[in-house]
Design a protein around this ligand. Sequence first.
Ligand code: ADP
Ligand code: MG
Length: 235
Amino acid sequence: EEEVSRYRDDNKIIVFGRNIPKPVLSFSEASFPDYVMSEINNQGFKLPTPIQAQSWPVGLSGRDVVGIAQTGSGKTLAYVLPSIIHIKNQPPLRHGDGPIALILCPTRELAQQVHSVSTTFGRLARINCACIYGGSPKGPQLRELSRGVEICVATPGRLLDFLESRRTNLNRCSYLVLDEADRMLDMGFEPQIKQIIGSIKCPRQTVMWSATWPKEIRTLAREFLRDYVQINIGS
Ligand code: ADP
Ligand code: MG
């Protein structure tokens, strides 16, 4: 217990919520399967970052998470690795099924980055990923989706277009990520996000990430997350 409070103090981790698990101080404590560990080793990562250490045990237990941490703190793997474990615990995709994990991002550039990380870490688990964003032809994106993808990384506008025209669906979606939620709200995506969430009918795990914690983000968390653990790194 003293080790836990020292780790949290040293790394400026502040947690809020009920029944918060201890941070994992090493990758092995997170008990990732070999198909994840081999890619972590491949990347040469030595230790979880503070946001990863505190959010993995929460996310892996199936609970909702709000993570507030600066750019560069390792938030992508904080949600991508639990998404892979979540997917492997679900029945396999069947023909016509939409994604199991949906990752919403504010921009094409971020969506492409996250897609690249998901593809790399999902490869050995045979997880397929699609990247959906506006301002480029729909054909290639529709072909990616039609292969059947477990992970869909998307900007809200183009995804909503595909949902409304029934080119994809969220019938299987049970893991929802809102990345850079503060930027998505700044860019005016709130109505689209609400519409997308409204079309998810399954019970879902929702994890939300942001660099800042303004009132609009707090409202979004209260509206769409349940019994979440909030993790702040830094101030
Ligand atoms: P954020 O989303 O918080 O801005 P990223 O997820 O983009 O941060 O990660 C920033 C960088 O840190 C990336 O280059 C990533 O590969 C690297 N990284 C992530 N996790 C670790 C780790 N545990 N050890 C070392 N580097 C890491
Ligand atoms: Mg990020």
